[in-house]
Design a binder for this molecule. Structure first.
Ligand code: HPA
Length: 254
C-alpha cells in the first residue's frame, strides 16, 4: 500500500534512501520523497514546500493532497506542531485529534469548485488510523499522549491574542495553523487521514511569551520519538481497514 506522510519538519530516519520526484498537479508541482519499504511505499511531503519556507497561510494544500492522490496514496499520517489551550495538555505532550474547528480565513477549502459536493465531516479523522496511532503511542512509556482532542485551525502567520485563545478554548483543546483544509481535501480525495500533534507551547495568555524558536526546539527534542511512533504505526497499517473514509463521502451533487 502507498502511505503519505505530511509534516512541516523533517522526520529523522523515517524516509530511508528517498527517491526525490516532482509530481505535477493542476495546482503546481509538488516535491515528494519516495521510500520503498518491505510492506508499504512511503510518500513524504513537506507541506511548507521543498525548502520548507512557505508560510502557513500560503501552504499549497490542494497541490499537496492532489500529489498524494495522483500517487495513489490511500492513507495520510500528518504531523503538526500545536499550542495547548488546556492546562491538562502540556508542552511536550502528544495529541491524536478526533475532531477539528476551522477558523482560517482565506484558503481554498475544496477541490469541488464547479459543482455542489458536500463531504461528510462527522468523523473527520480516520478512526482506523487513529487506533493505530494510539496503539503505538502506548508503547512509548516516556511520552504523555492524549487519545482525543479538538484541533482548532487559525489562519496565521501571526500567533493568536490571549482573548482569541480564551474564546477558542471554550470549544477546542489545541491550536495550529496547517491542519485544515488539509484534512478536508484528503477526505474529498477518499484518502484516510489522521494526525499526530506535538504540543510545543501553551497558547497565548497561558504562558508569558511565545517564540518560534521554542516551537522548533520542542519539535527537535521529540523528532526521534515521532519517527519511531510513525514507523511502528506504518508497519501496523492494514490494507483492509474497517473505516468508511473511502465510501462515506457523501458526494451530493445537487
Ligand atoms: N498557535 C498556533 N499555531 C501553533 C502554536 C500556537 O500557539 N504553537 C505551534 N503552532
Amino acid at each position: 500500500m502507498k502511505i503519505g506522510i505530511i509534516s512541516g519538519h523533517s522526520i529523522a530516519n523515517l524516509i530511508k534512501d528517498p527517491e526525490k520526484i516532482m509530481v505535477e498537479t493542476a495546482f503546481g508541482d509538488i516535491s515528494v520523497e519516495v521510500s520503498r519499504e518491505k510492506k508499504h511505499d512511503l510518500f513524504f511531503i513537506n507541506r511548507h514546500g521543498e525548502k520548507s519556507d512557505v508560510p502557513p497561510h500560503k501552504v499549497n494544500h490542494l497541490g499537496n493532497i492532489q500529489a498524494f492522490a495522483s500517487s495513489h496514496v490511500e492513507c495520510i499520517l500528518s504531523i503538526g506542531t500545536v499550542g495547548s489551550m488546556k492546562k491538562s495538555i502540556q508542552p511536550r505532550d502528544f495529541v491524536i485529534p478526533h475532531d477539528f474547528v476551522d477558523f482560517t480565513k482565506s484558503r481554498q477549502q475544496t477541490f469541488f469548485d464547479d459543482k455542489r459536493v458536500h463531504v461528510d465531516m462527522t468523523n473527520p479523522y480516520c478512526p482506523s488510523l487513529r487506533d493505530s496511532l494510539i496503539k503505538n503511542c502506548k508503547k512509548f512509556h516516556e511520552i504523555t499522549f492524549h487519545e482525543k482532542g479538538i484541533y482548532l485551525a487559525t489562519e496565521g502567520p501571526r500567533l493568536e491574542t490571549a482573548s482569541e485563545i480564551n474564546y477558542f478554548s471554550k470549544f477546542a483543546d489545541i491550536v495550529g495553523m496547517t491542519g485544515s483544509p488539509e484534512i478536508v481535501l484528503a477526505r474529498e480525495r477518499n484518502i484516510c487521514y489522521a494526525s499526530l500533534c506535538v504540543v510545543c507551547n501553551m497558547a497565548a495568555g497561558l504562558q508569558n511569551k511565545l517564540t518560534a524558536d521554542e516551537i522548533s526546539r520542542i519539535y527537535t527534542e521529540k523528532e526521534s520519538v515521532i519517527s519511531n511512533i510513525l514507523q511502528l504505526t506504518i508497519d501496523s497499517i492494514d490494507v483492509e481497514r474497517d473505516c468508511n473514509c473511502k465510501n462515506d463521502l457523501s458526494k451530493v451533487t445537487l
